[in-house]
Design a protein around this ligand. Structure first.
Ligand code: F6R
Length: 616
């Protein structure tokens, strides 16, 4: 949700900033802009649309300079146009600022600034910051750093900021609250990013800023950090860490798109998510990060799972896994709803927050709420060092590697893998699973990567099915039991990247309303694998056929009944019922992918979306 890059040092800033923006573009692509320090002025270039448009625009322009800030925007306040694009300048053009987050009290601040004669060029919340900082500096005759500290004391909301000033051309000022920001420390320069992607090429020594931190980086004077929550504003010792990311992980590696690469990475990311967590004899499953809290988890009265989007679907799968294996009740909550409905949270509840990015604002708010009620708070997250990883009491990483395609794929299956391991480990500790069932599930879990590889051999067949689906304006996805969340996920993938309207339903719910939608134009994608409710799903499919709906089925290899009823059929390898989501999700990802390609959509950057939703 908006990407921030900044550089200061001896190198040319522009190429570093542009490459960084390209790598952060998944965070938003409504507009892009760059500000460069050129002798005693700030030069600003902004463009509506993607980073490539900004690059084309800058091609014939002066892009020299050794310090700069750049931004790729996902619009919150004000439409995506050049006025609203970042960076924003102070009226005297001496300060430029980029922002990721939302200034919640911007309307009252703006009113006050307007009353004091400031003129606004954009409709953004961000512009108040640059005027406020400028005013603080002039009014109090203080350094820019002091002015930033004073200005931020008046600001409510979330921000990651990078600030460039003509008066201090040898420094960048950075600030963070609620939105991510990290500093890469080079030999004689500094690289700044919303995540590690713009930094990894140059250095792996990083500092993750904490909420309230205001940092000054200068090639000559180094790095200094103070925190606005510290009333004495004392200097903090930077916590240098190793960036756990490689350049290879964030490149396309020969694939046309990140999404396809990430779909194909799933056998590896599932193996990586299991690695070291099942012992050699396969008699113990253990998630290192949770050991300290296992006792609390096994004795919990209730689990609450809070997440958004695809991560919420992984949470729904976990509800089936935990209730069936651990026999502890689970409630799965949209984090955005949970935080505002005054929920009942007991101190012996365990809240599991699931998030690929670890930066989703609503999920983080749910974590905060649960902590305030004294619950145990566990995180399942993919990004090392993210806010979720730092704000939860314990947790497990998913080890899927960076997910750059905006539509989540490998993060989902990695989340389900870790949640399966968690359920198995807790069930073992609680004694709620028989040895034979436990071994059956562990063995089958280990075979999932190879089963997914077999699905990839059907990609051409799935492409043909996509030709059919691509011509339809709507689609319905059906599943039952643990495959109901997979139906929801299949529908989400299709709608978000191909813009076809799609809905997921538990198959038996059809006759309570949605069946009215069925006619000979409606494709029904039904997950009808071997499971307890297989016969019921068969009946649901028959009800669809009786109304001339076209059935596309996902069945277990060797199935003839449902295959015989379907216009198209995708067979998946025989899998333990509780583990089928890991396999059944993959053909649905490929189907959505090919439908979107056929319809000419940008699969990695679907319209209106951004990855890492760090605003409410
Ligand atoms: C869908 C998708 C989103 C995210 C959601 C939560 O493909 O990617 O629905 O799952 O925004 O994001 P995280 O998992 O980062 O909290």
């Amino acid at each position: 949700m908006c990407g921030i890059v900044a550089y200061i040092g001896k190198k040319e800033a522009y190429p570093i900033l542009m490459k960084g923006l390209e790598r952060l573009e998944y965070r938003g692509y409504d507009s892009a802009g760059v500000a460069l320090m050129q002798s005693d002025t700030i030069t600003l270039y902004k463009k509506r649309g993607k980073v490539s448009e900004l690059e084309d625009y800058c091609e014939q322009r002066d892009t020299s300079g050794h310090a700069g800030i750049a931004h790729t925007r996902w619009a919150t306040h004000g439409e995506p146009n050049e006025q609203n694009a970042h960076p924003h300048l102070s009226e005297d053009h001496r300060i430029a600022l980029i922002h990721n987050g939302i200034i919640e009290n911007y309307l009252s601040l703006k009113k006050e600034l307007l009353n004091r004669g400031y003129k606004f060029l954009s409709e953004t919340d961000t512009e108040v910051l640059v005027h406020l900082i400028n005013e603080m500096q002039q009014k109090n005759n203080v350094s820019l750093e002091e002015a930033v500290l004073l200005a931020l004391a008046n600001v409510e909301g979330t921000y990651a900021l990078a600030i460039l000033s003509v008066d201090n051309p040898d420094q960048l000022i950075l600030a963070k609250k609620g939105s991510p920001l990290l500093i890469g420390v080079g030999d004689d320069d500094f690289f700044v990013g919303s995540d590690g992607a713009p930094i990894v090429e140059y250095t792996n020594k990083v500092v993750y800023l904490d909420d309230g931190d205001v940092a000054v980086v200068s090639p000559d004077k180094g790095l200094r950090i103070r925190n606005i929550r510290d009333e004495h504003a004392l200097l903090k010792k930077p916590n240098y860490q190793l960036l756990e990311m490689t350049l290879e992980q964030i490149e396309k590696g020969g694939f046309e798109t990140y999404m396809l690469k990430e779909i194909y990475e799933q056998p590896k990311s599932i193996r990586d998510s299991m690695r070291g967590r099942i012992n050699l004899q396969k008699d113990i499953v253990s998630l290192g990060g949770l050991i300290e809290y296992e006792h609390k988890m096994v004795n919990a009265k209730r689990f609450i799972i809070a997440a958004c989007g695809t991560s919420w679907h992984a949470g729904l799968v976990a509800e089936y896994l935990i209730e069936s294996l651990v026999r502890i009740p689970v409630e799965v909550e949209y984090a955005s709803e949970f935080r505002y409905r005054n929920p009942i949270i007991y101190s012996d509840d365990v809240l599991i927050a699931i998030s690929q990015s670890g930066e989703t604002a609503d999920t983080l708010a749910a974590v905060d709420l649960a902590k305030r009620h004294g619950a145990t708070v566990i995180g399942i997250c993919n990004v090392v060092g993210s806010t979720l990883a730092r704000e939860t009491m314990a947790g497990s990483y998913t080890h899927a590697g960076p997910e750059i395609g905006v539509a989540s794929t490998k993060a989902f299956t990695a989340q389900v893998t870790v949640l399966t391991l968690m359920a198995l480990s807790l069930a073992q500790k609680k004694g709620s699973i028989s040895k034979s069932k436990y071994h059956q599930l562990v063995n089958d879990l280990e075979s999932i990567p190879e089963k997914i590889e077999r699905i990839f051999t059907q990609e051409e067949h799935i492409q043909k099915i996509a030709q059919f689906v691509a011509t339809r304006p709507n689609a319905i996805f059906l599943g039952r039991g643990i495959n109901y969340p997979v139906a929801l996920e299949g529908a989400l993938k299709l709608k978000e990247i191909s813009y076809i309207h799609a809905e997921g339903y538990p198959a038996a719910e059809m006759k309570h309303g949605p069946i009215a939608l069925i006619d000979d134009h409606m494709p029904i994608i039904a997950i009808a694998t071997e499971q307890l409710t297989y016969d019921k799903v068969v009946s649901n499919i028959q009800e669809v056929i009786a109304r001339k709906g076209t059935v596309i089925s996902i069945v277990t290899e060797g199935d003839t009944t449902v295959k015989g009823m379907s216009k198209f059929c995708i067979e998946i390898p025989v899998t333990e019922e509780l583990l089928t989501p890991l396999v059944a999700a993959v053909p649905l990802q490929l189907l959505a992918y090919h439908v979107a390609l056929i319809r000419g959509c940008d699969v990695d950057k679907p319209r209106n979306l951004a990855k890492s939703v760090s605003v409410e």
